[in-house]
Write a protein that binds this ligand. Sequence first.
Ligand code: ZN
Ligand code: ZN
Length: 261
Amino acid sequence: MTRICTLSSGSSGNCIFLSHNGTTVLIDCGITGRQAIACLQSIDADPCDIDFILVTHEHSDHTSGVGVMSRKFNIPIIASRGTWSGMSIGRIEHKNRFTFDGNKSFCIGEINVIPFDIPHDANLPTGYRFELGTKKVAVATDIGFVSESVINAVLGCDLVILEANHDRDMLVNGPYPYYLKKRIGGQHGHLCNDDAGELAASLVKSGTKEIILGHLSIENNSESIAFKTVERILGQSGIKTGRDVLMSVAPRYCAGKVAGL
Ligand SMILES: [Zn+2]
Ligand SMILES: [Zn+2]
C-alpha cells in the first residue's frame, strides 16, 4: 500500500509524506517540529514510524525542522554531500547522517530512491524519483527551468509533485526588489506556472495520472491562477483535468489530500 501527501508547501515551508509497504519517509521538513507532528497526526500518521528524512537542498524552507525531528524521533537523514555541507540543522548524531554520491539509486525498505539534479541556487540540490513496485512518483520543486535531468526523472511517473511557483507577470510587476525577481525568475530559481503547464502536458502524454502543483509563491501566485494556467496549457494539447489527469494544488499550511497508489 502506498500513501503520499504534502504536509506543507510553499516558501513558508515544505514537507512531503510518503509511505509504501511499511516504510515511511519525509521529503524535507521546512516547518517546525510541532507543525510537522500536527500535520502527521491530521493524516493519522505517527512520527515514530518515520524511517528516514530525505532532504532536497539546504534552504530553510526545506530544512528548518529536519534537525528537530531527527533528534526527537531518532530519524536518520539522507542528503547529498552538498546539502550536508550547506544546511544548518544543529547537531546530528553520526549514525543518523547518510549521504549519496553521484545520484546513485538506493533502497529504503521496498522504496527505490533515485535522486536527480535540479537547477536551483543551492549546493548540489536534488529532486527525488521513487519507484514503488510497479508505480513511480517524483518530487520536482525548486527548479529554475525544466532541465534534462528533471525531464528524464519525471516522465513516466504515475504521480508528480510539480512546482508552479509564480505567475510571470505577477513576479515582473510585483513588489519584490529587482535582485529577487531576477533570482526567482532565473535559471536557478523557481518554475513559473507556464513552464509547469508545458511540463504537465508532457507528463500526461507520458502516462502521468496525477499532478499536485506545489511550492506556490504567496506574493506572486494564487491557487486559482496556478491551477487555471496549467489547466489552460494542458487544454492546448487536448488534455482535460478530471478526465485525463487528476490535478490539485498542495495547501500551503496543512496536509493535502492523501493520494493512494
Ligand atoms: Zn530552494
Ligand atoms: Zn523551496
